[in-house]
Design a protein around this ligand. Structure first.
Ligand code: PLP
Length: 379
């Protein structure tokens, strides 16, 4: 295997996997809950019990580690369980700095810990370097960045956040769910932990719920996160890991097609008389466009939001009126999805009532545009 090979080459072949015993070009799937020891009562390949590790999970982790340029990678049975492991690893009373706008489930989880008096939480405005500097000006234990951030796609400079983290002695986590490592390798920009909901672009087929954490350097804190996964049993099981490997093989082409469709759609609808705005980091009008262009090296992705004129009801109506875009939550799959975020997030956040989130998939762009035109015309 040559080091100069581009990711698409070794991804397509699942890390050049050929099964030594059978020649199978598809990895075998290991689903065993336990592993028999040898005649000397030693484990045969280091595997003992499924909660501790599994060969198929390990193979998926090795592929993602290579993609991220990471020293180690851990897969979890959801994005949120990976988030929970990081938060669980913090000392009592830890100071966490997080963006005001981010995937709401992570914010809800952090708030639960605040309510129990376990951590303190200070919020910064994403995309505003001065706001991050001000909020993290004193000692902090963890700085959270999500870029692009749900659902306004604000962009945070990872290198700037890494500088701030180093200055205050914090660990930096980057949630790059909407910018998978084919476009942004956050460890290269100084993140301590690269996090993704693997449910989204990494798997890409809406049939696995998973989360992934990668580090450039194994530390004591990382060992602790490993221990937490082992004790909580939140490892991604063999079957889901196998599906994830299947999904990873096409990550590059899926990503490219979603990016191409999204920019076409964004340009088509920008300035539409029934919309207040099209929010997409690939548009020059987006406030984070330049930073995004610098750290998203292979396109801006398939996520965008439309602000529909007419408030809550108009937004909800657009999200209920498409037939190609499916009215479902989640993102990053081959199928396009549409969501009225206020209905989903409720009072947990102050997301705009007229915001409609699109996860643009790999269908024909003309069909997607016609579908949205029809839905918007109904309002
Ligand atoms: N981070 C982001 C940006 C997400 O969009 C999501 C889920 O939508 C998560 C984290 C949580 O991941 P999961 O749903 O796999 O637990």
């Amino acid at each position: 295997m040559s080091n100069s090979e581009k990711p698409d080459t070794w991804l397509a072949q699942a890390g050049h996997m050929v099964d030594a015993e059978t020649g199978s070009v598809i990895p075998p799937m290991h689903t065993a809950a336990t592993f028999a020891r040898d005649a000397d009562y030693e484990t045969r390949a280091g595997y003992m019990y499924s909660r501790y590790g599994n060969p198929t999970t390990h193979q998926a982790e090795a592929i993602i580690a290579r993609l991220e340029g990471a020293e180690d990678t851990l897969l979890f049975n959801s994005g949120l369980s990976a988030v929970a492991a990081i938060l669980e690893s913090l000392p009592a009373g830890a100071k966490v700095v997080a963006p005001r706008v981010m995937y709401f489930g992570v914010l809800v989880w952090m708030q639960r810990l605040v309510d129990k008096g376990l951590i303190s939480l200070s919020l910064y405005t994403p995309g505003d370097t001065q706001s991050l500097e001000a909020v993290a000006s004193e000692q902090a234990d963890l700085i959270w960045v999500e870029t692009p951030a749900n659902p306004d796609w604000s962009i945070t400079s990872i290198s700037h956040a890494a500088g701030v983290s180093r200055a205050v002695g914090a660990k930096l986590v980057v949630d790059g769910t909407c910018a998978p490592p084919v476009t942004t390798r956050s460890l290269d920009y100084g993140a301590d932990y690269a996090f993704h909901s693997a449910t989204k672009y990494l798997n890409g087929h809406s049939d696995v719920t998973g989360g992934v954490l990668s580090v450039s350097e194994e530390t004591k804190a990382w060992q602790d996160i490993k221990e937490i996964r082992k004790l909580q049993g939140t490892i991604l099981p063999g079957f889901e890991s196998w599906l994830l490997i299947r999904g990873l093989r096409t990550l590059g082409v899926r990503w490219d097609k979603a990016c191409e469709n999204a920019i076409t759609i964004a340009k088509h609808f920008e300035g539409h008389p029934r919309l207040e705005a099209v929010i997409y980091p690939g548009l020059a009008s987006h406030s984070g466009h330049e930073t995004a262009a610098a750290q998203m090296t292979r396109g801006f992705g398939g996520m965008m939001s439309l602000l529909v004129k007419g408030g809550f009801d108009a937004g909800k109506q657009v999200a209920s009126s498409t037939s190609v875009f499916l009215p479902a939550t989640s993102l990053g799959g081959v199928e396009s999805l549409i969501e009225h975020r206020k209905t989903v997030e409720g009072d947990a956040t102050d997301v705009a009532a007229n915001l409609v989130r699109l996860s643009v998939g790999i269908e024909d762009a003309d069909d997607l545009i016609a579908d949205l035109e029809k839905a918007i015309a109904k309002v």
